[in-house]
Design a protein around this ligand. Structure first.
Ligand SMILES: [Fe+2]
Length: 172
């Protein structure tokens, strides 16, 4: 599957942006075969694992594996993102800051089966988890190099932010 090539092709188009990337990822995920390299579909015994598939200064692509029963920390991206579910089913919970700022309030919850592809607007704070007792694998595209991007995780109770720098595996 030429996932990266197809995403890169959109970057040269005048209307390039997360909506175009979403369209490409959705089209790629419409292929029902198991085309993603198995090395990018495991979590090595960890709760969750991020595999780098492509990195440039203003675009990066990850395959992310979430184990069942695990909720990743509430975090931001410092960029727009596009998330498409490759395997399993994911629940994404988006938050907003309470006003006056005193913690996070659930803004919306999206449940996404395989093939669902959504735009996560810049500034979004969210958590993601796998449903149904199985691993979930998803393709994540960012309008930045997410490996070096300055971003945050949040304490939902207080809204306190600290640096979020998860391990990201792979040489890409
Ligand atoms: Fe995220």
């Amino acid at each position: 599957m030429d996932l990266i090539e197809r995403i890169l092709r959109t970057t040269t188009q005048p209307d390039f942006g997360p909506e175009r990337v979403r369209d490409v990822v959705a089209a790629v995920l419409a292929d029902p075969t198991d085309w993603l390299d198995p090395r990018h579909q495991h979590r090595g015994g960890e709760d969750w694992m991020m595999h780098s598939l492509y990195r440039a200064a203003s675009l990066s692509v990850l395959a992310v594996v979430f184990g069942p029963g695990i909720v990743c920390p509430a975090h931001d991206h410092g960029s727009w993102a596009v998330v498409g579910v490759y395997r399993g089913r994911e629940r994404e919970t988006r938050y907003r800051r309470a006003n006056p700022p005193r913690g996070l309030v659930v803004d919306r919850v999206l449940v996404s089966p395989r093939g669902t592809t959504v735009v996560v607007p810049s500034g979004t704070i969210h958590t993601v988890e796998a449903l149904d007792g199985h691993d979930a694998v998803s393709i994540h595209v960012y309008g930045t190099d997410i490996v070096t991007q300055h971003r945050h995780e949040y304490d939902p109770a207080t809204g306190a932010a600290k640096i979020f720098a998860p391990d990201i595996h792979g040489d890409a």
